[in-house]
Write a protein that binds this ligand. Structure first.
Ligand code: EPU
Length: 290
């Protein structure tokens, strides 16, 4: 490992405080590059070391297993990756930009298109990677172009159509998002702000946002709500150790202080089995599990 690269990497960095679940193990190698050049240097190291690369977005949709996460964990949280430039109705944003903050700021300035994402935590990069959204819309609806970097450090600007956004899916492959261009619409600020607030209120009323969780754990099977299926199977409140299915929304698993990832995983597997037994539908996880 070159001296320059050695300085960029930190070993055994705890990830629990960087996730919304507030649990789980540590990254064997962690790096928050200051700019694209540093990012290229660590990507090169990862390629040469055959180290798998994982990007930590806002840590919102993520369960980190207990123990050590191998390879490289990247965080694009430094200022160079968190820029926001607005020109008319076009927003150029870095991958590390906070989605909730951007959605709120745009709504307050009458820029419509992101208010449907009110209350959805995470970063722009993470949101694009999984086409984050909810019943009111998804980020793919407003993405126009995405700037990607591949394992060789090559940057390409990709048209949104090439990414084939679908329900909680985008065709990024092994490439990482470093920024995006969003196409918003100018509307009366009061109207956009109201929609933002209504969506935010809906989320606060229907989801356990104050508890430690990773949001919805399972994808909605076509034509169904996973939360409703879990609820109907009588699983609300089902728990293992300090992790349990939320009483507020069936698709949330909440973790009390001191919970470990293995308890959350046991709840996930129990719920999957019980829903399958109850209605024959197989649930797939929406959250990333490292
Ligand atoms: N429902 C129940 N019991 C429950 C939960 C829900 O009966 O425990 C019913 C609700 O009453 C409603 C239906 O199921 O009739 C759908 O519920 P909800 O409106 O809460 O939507 P959802 O499909 O469960 C989706 C997203 C959420 C997003 C909301 C609102 C998925 C997996 N979930 O939830 O996203 O916040 O719409 O936009 O797509 C997330 O991805 O982390 C997430 C929370």
């Amino acid at each position: 490992m070159s001296v320059a690269c050695k300085q960029l990497l930190q070993q055994d960095v705890s990830l629990s405080d960087r996730t919304w679940f507030k649990l789980g193990g540590s990254a064997q190698n962690f790096c928050a590059p200051n700019d694209v050049e540093e990012l290229r240097a660590v990507l090169k190291w990862a390629k040469e070391s055959a180290a798998p690369i994982r990007v930590l977005g806002g840590g919102a949709n993520l369960l980190v297993r207990d123990g050590s996460v191998d390879g490289l964990v990247l965080s694009l949280s430094r200022p160079d990756f968190c820029r926001v430039e607005i020109e008319d109705t076009r927003a150029k944003v870095g991958a590390g930009v906070d989605l909730m903050q951007l959605s709120r700021d745009c709504s307050h300035h009458g820029l419509a298109g992101l208010e449907c994402l009110a209350g959805i935590p995470g970063t722009i990069g993470g949101a694009i990677a999984m086409n984050a959204g909810g019943r009111f819309g998804c980020i793919g609806d407003v993405v126009q172009r995405v700037r990607l970097i591949d394992a060789d450090g090559i940057i390409v600007d990709c048209d949104a159509r090439e990414l084939k956004f679908a329900y909680r899916h985008s065709a990024l492959g092994a490439r990482l998002v470093i920024g995006a261009e969003l196409k918003l619409r100018q509307e009366a600020a009061a109207d956009v702000k109201k929609r933002f607030q209504d969506n935010w209120r809906f989320k606060k009323e229907s989801q356990p946002l104050a508890a430690h969780s990773a949001g919805c754990v399972f994808k909605n099977p076509e034509g169904h709500s996973a939360g409703q299926l879990i609820d109907a199977a009588g699983l609300k409140g089902f728990g293992r150790g300090k992790a349990r299915v939320s009483e507020v929304h069936g698709n949330f698993i909440v973790a009390d202080e001191g919970a470990c990832a293995s308890e959350v995983l046991e709840v996930i597997e129990h719920v999957r089995g019980a829903v399958k037994a109850h209605c024959g539908i197989q649930l797939d996880t929406e959250i990333a599990i490292w």
